[in-house]
Design a protein around this ligand. Structure first.
Ligand code: PEP
Length: 307
C-alpha cells in the first residue's frame, strides 16, 4: 500500500470488487476520511503479503473531494468577509475539502477570516513572472505570500476575455508550481464544439496544451467546465460528464505522474439541487462553483450533497 499525494493506492484482492471503480467519497475514501467497511477489508487484505501475492489488479482510491468557489469579480470587502465568515461557521462538518477564490484585492481580508478554518484560499489568475514591469498583474509568489494554496488558470472567461491560449495557461500553471501553488487548470468545450461532437477532442487538446508534464494529485487540479454550462443553469447529463471525465483521466495518465491522484472537478451551473447527481459521477472529484459559491448556504449545500 502506498500513499501518494493524499491518495491511497492499494491492491484489489481476489474477488473483492470496488464497483464504479471506487472514485469519490462513498466510492472509496482516503485515509482520514471515513473508509467504509468493505473498503477497509480490501485495505487489510492489501496489507497481508499472502493476499498481495495473489493480487493481479491494482486500483486507486479517489482523492477526497474538493469543492472550490470562484467568486469572480463579485462582492465588496465587507460582503466578502461576511461570506467567508459564514462558510467558516457552517463548514465544520462539510466532509470535503473546501476552497474559495475571491477577487485578488480581497484575498488578504478573506484569508484573515479563513485563518485556521481549514478552508483554503485560492486566486482566480496569476502572471507567469515572479516580478517585473507588468502593470496590474499579480505574481504567483505574491499569492503564495498571502496564504493562497490554489490558483485557477485557464478559466474560459480568461481564455475568452483575455485571449489566453493553451501555451499561456501552461506557462501560468508552471509559474504557479514554481511558487508552490496548486493550479486548478480549466478546460471545456463551447456549445458549438459540443454540438459538433468534438467535446472530447477539444478537452484533450486543451489538456495536452495546458497541463505541465509530470504533475500529480499534490500539485494539480483539473476543472472540466463546459463553456455553455457556465452561469446558464444548464448542465450536461451525468452520462455526458462521465464520458468526458473518463477521457480526461485517460489523457492525464499520459501526461501526469499519477493520474488517479489528480482531482478532476466538474464546473458549470452546479447547485445544491443537482450536486448529488453530478458529484456522484465516476471520475468526478468535486466541483468548481461560480454563482452558487456566492451564498454560503448554497455552497455548503453543494458540499454536503457531495457523496
Ligand atoms: C465557473 O465560472 O467556474 C462556474 C462554474 O460558474 P457557474 O457555477 O456560475 O456556472
Amino acid at each position: 500500500m502506498q500513499r501518494v499525494a493524499g491518495t491511497l493506492r492499494m491492491r484489489v484482492v481476489g474477488s473483492v470488487g470496488v464497483g464504479k471503480q471506487g472514485f469519490g467519497r462513498g466510492k472509496g475514501r482516503t485515509p482520514g476520511s471515513a473508509v467504509g467497511a468493505g473498503r477497509r477489508a480490501v485495505v487489510e487484505h492489501a496489507l497481508n503479503p499472502i493476499h498481495r501475492a495473489t493480487t493481479e489488479e491494482e486500483t486507486a482510491v479517489a482523492p477526497r473531494a474538493l469543492i472550490a468557489g470562484n467568486w469572480k469579480m463579485n462582492l465588496d470587502r465587507k460582503t466578502a468577509e461576511m461570506l467567508a465568515s459564514a462558510l467558516v461557521d457552517g463548514a465544520r462538518d462539510a466532509g470535503v475539502d473546501l476552497a474559495v477564490c475571491p477577487p485578488s484585492v480581497y484575498l488578504a481580508p478573506v484569508g484573515a477570516v479563513l485563518a485556521s478554518s481549514g478552508i483554503e484560499l485560492g486566486a482566480q489568475d496569476c502572471h507567469t513572472a515572479q516580478s517585473g514591469a507588468h502593470t496590474g498583474d499579480v505574481a504567483p509568489e505574491m499569492l503564495a505570500d498571502l496564504g493562497c494554496r490554489y490558483v485557477i488558470v485557464g478559466h474560459s472567461e480568461r481564455r475568452a476575455d483575455h485571449g489566453e491560449d493553451d501555451a499561456t495557461v501552461r506557462a501560468k500553471a508552471q509559474a504557479a508550481r514554481r511558487a508552490g501553488l496548486v493550479p486548478i487548470v480549466c478546460v471545456g468545450e463551447t456549445e458549438a464544439e459540443r454540438d459538433a461532437g468534438a467535446a472530447p477532442d477539444v478537452v484533450e487538446r486543451q489538456l495536452r496544451g495546458s497541463v505541465p508534464d509530470g504533475l500529480d494529485g499534490g500539485s494539480l487540479v483539473i476543472a472540466y467546465e463546459p463553456v455553455w454550462a457556465i452561469g446558464t443553469g444548464r448542465t450536461p447529463t451525468a452520462d455526458d460528464v462521465a464520458a468526458v471525465h473518463a477521457h480526461i483521466r485517460a489523457v492525464l495518465s499520459e501526461i501526469t505522474g499519477d493520474a488517479d491522484s489528480v482531482r478532476v472537478l466538474y464546473g458549470g451551473s452546479v447547485k445544491p439541487g443537482n450536486a448529488a447527481e453530478l458529484m456522484a459521477v465516476e471520475n468526478v472529484n468535486g466541483a468548481l462553483v461560480g454563482g452558487a459559491s456566492l451564498k454560503a448556504e448554497d455552497f455548503l449545500g453543494i458540499a454536503r450533497a457531495t457523496p
